[in-house]
Ligand binder design. Structure first.
Ligand code: NAD
Ligand code: SER
Length: 321
């Protein structure tokens, strides 16, 4: 029986995607892997774990052969803010890792899911309701690797027949694993700080608008796309997907509906502000809706309510251990 491999499984998305895949297909069917070792309770649903550096062809090949892998969710990557600090490492992991994964997939006939990002757009891209097909000239190393990854996945599909698929995620908001060093991390930190301390020092300006999505919708998008009828996928490696467009001020106002004393001030990080200013303010996801039925379940109001409740529970449980 063909199994599923998740790379970068201990990250913000991987930790929840692995659990969701194990619930859907069975714990033994899903092999988690990462360059970090697995902490005891990192992945909600237990199952096999492999230490694997995605930039190492032999390690990827061994894991794929050993477990008879048929599908790879390739999540290992360096995110936007860290990529600006360490552009050489970002190129090596984001492009080098993807290349090795695609080569192994080509040889072992695996399907591959690779997330792209709103970071694949740049300052020349139309910023409002950014179309599915438009100018992509990003000015960050993260963006350069994301556009190149979209193109490389297209190439492996058309040239070698590898079943590559992917979405351009907006910023992802979640409460299980903290984000790994991106520009949209403020939208997660704001909730942690609101529940813990009732205040937040935001590193982006209050009117900086970016698209966001709650993690359950991000997981749903990945699994739905991989299960979609391939005959209907015209934009197979780079579907715009979104759920809400927010600014720090809008998020803070929504949080205040539940925590009226919440306060926020600004300590702007010029690097992350410049990255955010080069990204779309909102994106058009009609191609994903049309081609594979994409639709988010969470809007700003129900995401905020759920995030606050989940974090309160999380901190309560932490106090009891
Ligand atoms: P993350 O930083 O939280 O996790 C990445 C994981 O990859 C980490 O656990 C890390 O240890 C692992 N990793 C790093 N280098 C590795 C290597 N050489 N070999 C194996 N594993 C390695 O990232 P994430 O937020 O879970 O993002 C996953 C993917 O989704 C990335 O491609 C990212 O660009 C994309 N994405 C994320 C967001 C978001 O808001 N989280 C938005 C858009 C796109
Ligand atoms: N959340 C991601 C980042 O900020 C977007 O790709 O890097």
């Amino acid at each position: 029986m063909k199994r599923i491999l998740v790379t970068g499984a201990l990250g913000q998305i991987g930790s929840e995607l692995t659990t969701a895949l194990r619930k859907r297909y069975g714990a033994d069917v899903v092999i988690a892997s990462d360059i970090k070792m697995v902490p005891r309770d990192a992945l909600g649903a237990p199952g096999p774990f492999e230490y694997m550096d995605c930039t190492n062809f032999q390690q990827v090949q061994e894991v794929v052969r050993k477990h008879n892998i048929g599908t790879i969710y390739h999540l290992a990557a360096v995110l936007s803010a860290v990529a600006e600090e360490k552009p050489q490492v970002a190129w090596e992991v984001n492009m080098g890792g993807l290349y090795q994964v695609l080569e192994v997939a080509r040889q072992s006939q695996c399907a591959v899911f690779v997330p792209s990002s709103i970071g694949a757009f740049g300052p020349n891209t139309p910023r409002d309701n950014t179309p599915q097909d438009t100018i992509q000239r990003p000015n960050t190393m993260y963006g350069v690797t994301k556009v190149a990854a979209e193109l490389l996945c297209d190439y492996y599909h058309t040239r070698f027949g590898v079943d590559t698929r992917g979405v351009r995620y907006p910023g992802l908001i979640s409460h299980v694993t903290p984000p790994g060093g991106g520009t949209t991390d403020y939208a997660v930190e704001i909730f942690y700080e609101a529940v813990r301390h009732g205040r937040y020092h935001c590193f982006l300006g209050g009117d900086t608008q970016l698209d966001m999505m709650y993690m359950p919708d991000a997981i749903k998008a990945a699994i739905s796309l991989m299960e979609a009828d391939p005959g209907k996928l015209r934009h197979r490696n780079a579907f715009n997907v979104t759920a809400m467009a927010v600014t720090p001020e809008i998020l803070a106002a929504e949080i205040r509906k539940h925590l009226p004393n919440f306060s926020m001030d600004y300590v702007i990080d010029p690097v992350r502000q410049a990255i955010a200013d080069s990204w779309p303010k909102s994106i058009d996801d009609s191609a994903a809706r049309r081609e594979w039925g994409w639709q988010p379940d969470f809007d700003l109001a129900n995401m905020t309510k759920d995030m606050l409740a989940q974090l309160r529970d999380k901190f309560e449980r932490a106090k009891q251990v």
